[in-house]
Design a protein around this ligand. Structure first.
Ligand SMILES: Nc1ncnc2c1ncn2[C@@H]1O[C@H](COP(=O)(O)OP(=O)(O)OP(=O)(O)O)[C@@H](O)[C@H]1O
Ligand SMILES: [Mg+2]
Length: 325
């Protein structure tokens, strides 16, 4: 079967001008040779810190930006030489609430875009009805968009992106700025797209969201992919052992450093939680250095100690911090 999306050594450089008097030009390499394949029906996550190159990658795949070099195809169609066919088969949604007509109601917005995307007149009504249902906006479509909350606008955007029934969807931070309940509903909507057989490429900064939704994930850092796999593979790859959380009061830097040297400990980071400093101890596989670490802390007051399985966030933090020893 043709891959839904294939990127081969994609690169994109931007020329940025800086300086007012002495004009200088500088090349910024936003994407530095990215390759991946996404199968049809897969929900694929692209994760990475701000400025990593996620949006730039997506813009090349949806034909809004030309690659500096490399190739990419969507459902077998080249994103540079076959723009029309690519655009016909894809939908995209960028996070944020702009791009809708505020003075029109939700229904008229969707009618307008349906017209623009060439949805047949006889299909429009049924299609719009289905989509309002899918994104949980049925019943609110006669209200003006200016009165919608951010989350409602975001859902209307997703409906807009689906009007022409695309096979492949690009969702760039769709849940940004949405409250927890709205975000949960949105996750259900995104999961529903997968259930319909759509291919989805998703970016998000919420790790639990990626963990819950994605079949596979690529982590991108400074324009390059640094890890790829299922959420579970990523968790195992970077943090093979368990994570022990130790609550302390007034732990010193020296004590933290010495805890990091205990046998069986991969790394220790401290997290401030109110009055507490919580030591997050990444253990090596099949070891439990908890007692040795506690003994090494000396006089420090210790609160709760609890061991847990590593989360995707643990893995992500280790990957993007570059501390994959
Ligand atoms: N039009 C542009 N002109 C110049 N530089 C750009 C342009 N677009 C992106 N960049 C640069 O390319 C790099 C990657 O940006 P990009 O928007 O792809 O990151 P991102 O991973 O989507 O980040 P975020 O999580 O913040 O959305 C950044 O250094 C950014 O400043
Ligand atoms: Mg972005």
């Amino acid at each position: 079967m043709t891959h839904a999306i294939e990127a081969r050594d994609l690169r994109r450089t931007f020329q940025v001008r800086s300086g007012l008097l002495k004009r200088t030009r500088k090349d910024v390499e936003a994407v530095k040779g990215v390759s991946f394949q996404i199968e049809q029906g897969e929900l694929f996550g692209l994760l990475g810190p701000n400025g990593a190159g996620k949006t730039t990658t997506i813009k090349m795949l949806i034909t809004l930006l030309l690659p500096t070099s490399g190739q990419a195809t969507v459902l077998g169609h080249d994103v540079v030489s076959d723009v029309r066919e690519v655009r016909r088969r894809i939908g995209y949604v960028f996070g944020g609430d702009r791009g809708l007509y505020e003075r029109l109601n939700g229904l008229d917005n969707l009618r307008y875009f349906a017209e623009l995307y060439g949805v047949e007149a006889r299909d429009q009504k049924r299609r719009i009805g289905e989509l309002l249902e899918l994104v949980g906006m049925a019943g609110r479509e006669k209200e003006r968009v200016e009165g919608y909350s951010r989350g409602m606008k975001q859902r209307l955007h997703i409906a807009r992106g689906l009007l022409h029934d695309p096979d492949v969807l690009f969702l760039d931070e769709p849940s940004i700025g949405i409250d927890p309940v709205g975000a949960r509903e949105l996750r259900a909507t995104i999961g529903g797209l997968k259930a319909q057989g759509k291919t989805v490429l998703l970016t998000t900064h919420y790790m639990f969201e990626a963990d819950e939704l994605c079949d596979r994930i690529a982590v991108i850092r400074s324009g390059q992919i640094v890890a790829e796999g299922t959420p579970n593979e990523l968790k195992r790859k970077v943090s093979s052992g368990r994570v022990v959380e130790i609550e302390t009061y007034g732990v010193t830097e020296e004590a933290v450093a010495s805890a990091g040297k205990v046998a069986g400990v991969r790394s220790v980071v401290t997290e401030e939680r109110g009055q507490l400093q919580v030591l997050l101890v990444q253990c090596q596989q099949d070891t439990d250095p908890t007692q040795a670490v506690l003994a090494g802390l000396g006089d420090v007051r210790v609160g709760r100690v609890n061991a847990r399985e590593p989360t995707l966030e643990d893995a992500y933090v280790e990957l993007v911090a570059g501390a994959t020893g």
